[in-house]
Design a protein around this ligand. Structure first.
Ligand SMILES: Cc1cc2nc3c(=O)[nH]c(=O)nc-3n(C[C@H](O)[C@H](O)[C@H](O)COP(=O)(O)OP(=O)(O)OC[C@H]3O[C@@H](n4cnc5c(N)ncnc54)[C@H](O)[C@@H]3O)c2cc1C
Length: 398
């Protein structure tokens, strides 16, 4: 059991996901690295394991297993393939808006399909000039009778090129109450994808551009009320996004430590294992310490969320600590590998590239620190999302 947070059921889930990741994801990594494009088949295969529905209530066909179980699932996939950890986190992020704001009809229509792996959802908030500045977005929806007409572009959307159901947040009016969220099926006329641009890492995952040109959706596709867009975006980001990306970081971090430890034990220098050099031991010790700290803050935050306790600040801190410490460990891993780390016959350079991708989504470290400063100053705005939507999972009570 990790740090007293996980139960036997969590550890059984970990073992199952780890075995799957080793058997199905690891052999496909060379192909994903070579093509540098989205891996449709593996994404679907993972979805069919039911893991996108890990937090979906059993009443809607999900596992009802909670946020700690979600963290373990993502972490174990990311330990083998950062791209597939990112794929699962992005779709689970897409679940949040339906679970929190969906009507009963929307839940019944979409959650069982997502839980079965027949539908991969996304959430699309970011635009070219509105990353951290969500209110700067320009994409619009205008009401025409029983439909809304959507126009604009969304960029860096996780699972853009495998998603079946996009959750787009767009402008229906001015100001912070002028954002609204819609469910947009990917086969609607007027909807298209810009060609996937290869990025530095996470090969096999897509986070590309959605284009909406006079796309009509029924008014029934509105999530919540008109004006709920900011709440949909922020609650998804705080409760699912931060925890999910923390989990991707944690999986990559674990891989960095495992790979570097094995390398230092196997490589010989001055006629003895590299791991016996004091400088290398110091660095391995720092990496191990960072990993244990990242794990503790990650599991603590989602455990609080499963228990329905306030934890918005803990989720921010978990993302901050997880990302920053995995980047620190990535540098130490490269130092220990020296020239050997630079070639693609070893996975270490892949882990380093993938670790950098987790910095921006769900708030950069700058943004997490700003929000934490507001907590310290006692000026954090509004009720905590974790109080509004946390708790109620079956595993938490087990
Ligand atoms: C792998 C990946 C997956 C993603 N998935 C999704 C997704 O599923 N859906 C989606 O909508 N978007 C997604 N994104 C986009 C992500 O949400 C944005 O990258 C993020 O919001 C930051 O925006 P930006 O990258 O444009 O940086 P910017 O916001 O332009 O930031 C640029 C710099 O300014 C700093 N900065 C920004 N705001 C402030 C501030 N208020 N105070 C101080 N400094 C600040 C930042 O720290 C950064 O250093 C994803 C991105 C990545 C890399």
């Amino acid at each position: 059991m990790y740090g007293g947070f996980t139960t036997e059921r969590h550890e059984r889930l970990r073992a199952r996901v780890r075995a799957f990741a080793e058997a199905e994801a690891r052999p496909r990594i060379p192909e994903m690295e070579a093509t540098r494009t989205v891996h449709h088949e593996l994404s679907r295969l993972i979805a069919r394991q039911g893991w996108i529905g890990v937090t979906i209530d059993r009443a809607y066909g999900g596992m009802g297993a909670g946020h700690l179980a979600k963290t373990i699932t993502i972490e174990e996939l990311a330990r083998v393939s950062g791209a597939m950890g990112a794929m699962v986190q992005a779709s689970q992020l897409g679940v949040a808006k339906i679970a929190h704001f969906g009507s009963e009809q929307q839940k019944r229509t979409w959650l069982p399909a997502i839980a079965r792996g027949d539908c991969l959802p996304t959430i699309a908030v970011t635009e070219p000039e509105s990353g951290g500045h969500v209110l700067g977005m320009r994409a619009t929806a205008r009401r025409e009778g029983d439909t809304y007409v959507l126009n604009g572009r969304k960029v860096f959307v996780g699972n853009s090129h495998v998603g079946d159901l996009h959750g787009v947040v767009v402008r229906t009016g001015p100001g912070s109450r002028g954002l609204s969220a819609f469910l947009l099926e990917s086969d609607r006329p007027g909807f298209s994808l810009a060609p996937q641009q290869p990025a530095m890492g996470l090969h096999g995952f897509s986070f590309g551009e959605l284009v909406m040109e006079d796309v009509r959706v029924p008014a029934a596709n509105l999530l919540g009320e008109e004006g709920d867009g900011v709440a949909v975006a922020y609650s998804s980001s705080v409760l699912y996004g931060r925890a999910n990306l923390t989990a991707v970081s944690l999986g990559i971090h674990r891989a960095l430590v495992e790979e570097t430890t094995a390398f230092a034990a196997a490589r010989s220098l001055y006629g003895r294992p590299l791991a016996e050099l004091d400088s290398v031991k110091q660095k391995l010790g720092r990496m191990q310490s960072s990993l244990m700290t990242a794990e503790a803050v990650a599991y603590h935050a989602v455990d609080l969320l499963d228990r329905g306790l306030p934890c918005d600040a803990e989720l921010m801190n978990a993302k901050l600590v997880g990302v920053e410490s995995s980047l620190d460990s990535a540098r130490l891993a490269m130092e220990i590998h020296a020239a050997c780390g630079l070639f693609t016959d070893r996975p270490i350079e892949r882990f380093v590239r993938d670790a950098h991708h987790i910095y921006a989504p769900a708030g950069t470290s700058d943004v997490q620190r700003l929000r934490l400063a507001e907590v310290a100053l006692g000026v954090a705005k509004g009720a905590q999302w974790s109080v509004r939507f946390g708790g109620g999972t079956e595993l938490a009570a087990a």
